[in-house]
Design a protein around this ligand. Sequence first.
Ligand SMILES: *[C@@H]1O[C@H](CO)[C@@H](O)[C@H](O)[C@H]1NC(C)=O
Ligand SMILES: *[C@@H]1O[C@H](CO)[C@@H](O)[C@H](O)[C@H]1NC(C)=O
Ligand SMILES: *[C@@H]1O[C@H](CO)[C@@H](O)[C@H](O)[C@H]1NC(C)=O
Length: 294
Amino acid sequence: ILGSSKNLTTLLIGRNFQHETMPVDDIIGSFENLRFLAIGNCPLSGKIPFWISKLANLEILILSNNQLTGTIPAWIKTLSHVFYLDISNNSLIGEIPTALMDMPMLKSANSRVFILPVYPAQTHQYRQAFAFPILLDLSNNKFTGEIPLEIGQLKSLHSLNLSFNDLTGQIPGPIFNLTDLQVLDLSNNNLTGAIPATLNSLHFLAVFNVSNNDLEGPIPFGGQFNTFGSSSFDGNAKLCGSMLIHECGSEEAPPATVILTKQTDYKVAFVIAFSAFFGVGVLYDQIVLSRYIG
Ligand SMILES: *[C@@H]1O[C@H](CO)[C@@H](O)[C@H](O)[C@H]1NC(C)=O
Ligand SMILES: *[C@@H]1O[C@H](CO)[C@@H](O)[C@H](O)[C@H]1NC(C)=O
Ligand SMILES: *[C@@H]1O[C@H](CO)[C@@H](O)[C@H](O)[C@H]1NC(C)=O
């Protein structure tokens, strides 16, 4: 029915197709103007279909809460406008491909405000503007291997969620390059080694979770790390820090080099205000969006 709607820009068809297979034909791929595609909560089996690679103008792709299998295809990096990629809660396997680290909009985004026409009721039609965060959500899949060092290339990311996978190895140091990061969730994996001390330079980080891994050593000190509670670090018996029962011995303690001047007080206040503002925004998006996208 929609096959001739070449001008379609927004297609939200989640919460449908109970226990079917992701279509493999090219019909949806011919929507050359599609900017927003959401097929979440179906649950659909099958693979991430090739026709998605033909949606040259796609900006937001949501395939979460399905039962997709297989790996993340290498063509993902050809989606040159995608800045919001949510494939969480599927059964995807393999390593996190370095192709993801070449997605242009995640590397350097000219962040756009996407105007989503939403009509909640026939008598109250209006256009609601959503500012989506620049997001990569691979959580709750079966990804294995190490987090690629190239993750440090995704400089425009606001939100990175790799939780609930089987990732091993260390938290890559280059994550400290992701200076716009506000949400970092690496919880519920098998990560080892120390939390890179340089992560305390991520001034916008409002949510940080590495719980339930096998991390060790001192928790970084200063910056936003002074604001994270123990729940961010739970389930890592070998971590130590002032907010944990397991305090660091003097030989493990990180150097305390934070000098609080009036100016840094001001910056801290700004970061807290910004984070609170962002948090409320995200929460609002989630509540409103979940009603329309699924
Ligand atoms: C699609 O968009 C083009 C260019 O904006 C326009 O000329 C055409 O009439 C539209 N087609 C339909 C079916 O709306
Ligand atoms: C994951 O997706 C399935 C459908 O495939 C759904 O039943 C389940 O509630 C989802 N889990 C979470 C944590 O959202
Ligand atoms: C990350 O993903 C998991 C699983 O999908 C979810 O439960 C968790 O809330 C997400 N983390 C953040 C900070 O949103």
